[in-house]
Structures are given as C-alpha cells and as structure tokens.
Design a protein around this ligand. Structure first.
Ligand SMILES: [Zn+2]
Length: 201
C-alpha cells in the first residue's frame, strides 16, 4: 500500500542539508533528515512552520517503535520546536507550541505512518493559524503527498520556511555541541558524520 511518508523518506536520504523533493504527486519540504528520522513541513499547516517528525522506517504506531527510534524522536522534538520558533523570528522563551501525535483511527490518526506534529502557536503574529477542530476528517484524509487539501502549503512559502528551519536546526545542533550536549561519537545511531563540515546530525 502506498505510504506518503515512506515515499518522502525514500526520496530524501540522510543529510545535514536535505533537499526539496518534487514529483508529479507533489512536493516535500524536508527540514531534518537523519538515518533514523525525517521531518518535513505539513502540507496542510495549522500554522506557518507546522512540521511533522517521523521515524524513517514504516512504523504505524508509537507502540511499534524501537527504543532507538523513540530515543531519536525524543531527542529531536525539542530541537525542532526551537528551530521552528527561531525560523519564525521569535524567541523560544515565552513562545507557545504543540507536540501532537495520534495512534490508530479511533485516536484520529489519518496517515498510518507514525508522526509527531510540531506546531508553533505564536498567536497574532502567525496570521494563518487554524484550530485543529477546524480541519475535518475528509480534509485530513487528503493530507497525503500530492492530494490537495483545501488549505495547501504554498510552494514559495514552503521553500522559504524549509530553508529557514533547516538552517536553525544546524544552529541548534552547533549550540548543543558547544554546550556539550551531543558528543562527537555516535550515540544510538543518531549521529552520523558528514564530510569535513564538522556537523553531526
Ligand atoms: Zn510509511
């Protein structure tokens, strides 16, 4: 069965600077791509900067994740939260944001590849915020790569946010390194050295 998130994961290899993926079915705007996880912009954002973080491997529910996958997701959630807020020109302190995740149809899961929504809630500054209750089931069902929900991420905006968030993720990793929060050696397969850039993701 076609899985949009597997399609994205297979099209976007691990990289400190993952590239835009375009196909006849639509575009994917990655902001983070490691051997274990991938994060990209939601194509029907509840607010600008709304991203999805998921394990690269097809895992339907959080209960099916390995310890390494769960650790990687837990590691990246706060990093992405800070990066998204920073990319929107706000300070992390005082900024509001959600992490939302659903397991199974009855819980509201629509794409059967486990994913965490990271949603900035910056209030009046974000302009286009929508409440989750405003998004109907039918629209949610269309939130698959290439199918057009009513409020779709505009391509120019997607490219712009993708670059901004991607850069902020790099800054966050650098700062964590300088604080001694991440080592130079691999940890649980999370960190992979890329060339001489010195950046480990
Ligand atoms: Zn999948």
């Amino acid at each position: 069965m076609f899985c949009p998130f597997c399609a994205i994961a297979s099209a976007i290899p691990p990289s400190p600077s993952p590239a835009l993926f375009t196909s006849l079915k639509g575009s994917a705007y990655p902001v983070l791509s490691t051997p274990t996880v991938i994060a990209f912009l939601d194509i029907a954002p509840l607010s600008p900067g709304h991203v999805l973080l998921c394990p690269r491997r097809h895992v339907e529910k959080a209960s099916w994740m390995t310890g390494a996958e769960a650790a990687a997701l837990g590691f990246w959630l706060p990093v992405l939260g800070r990066a998204v807020i920073g990319a929107l020109g706000k300070k992390t302190e005082g900024a509001s944001w959600n992490v939302i995740q659903a397991n199974g149809t009855e819980a509201g899961q629509t794409v059967p590849h486990s994913h965490f929504h990271v949603i900035p809630r910056l209030g009046e500054g974000d302009g286009k915020a929508r409440d989750a209750s405003e998004i109907g089931d039918a629209e949610r069902k269309n939130i698959a790569l290439g199918e057009g929900p009513r409020v779709k991420l505009e391509d120019g905006e997607g490219r712009r946010l993708m670059e901004l968030i991607k850069e902020k993720v790099k800054v966050e990793v650098k700062e964590m390194k300088s604080r001694g929060e991440v080592g130079s050696e691999g940890e649980e397969g999370l960190f992979v050295k890329f060339g001489d850039s010195g950046l480990k993701l």
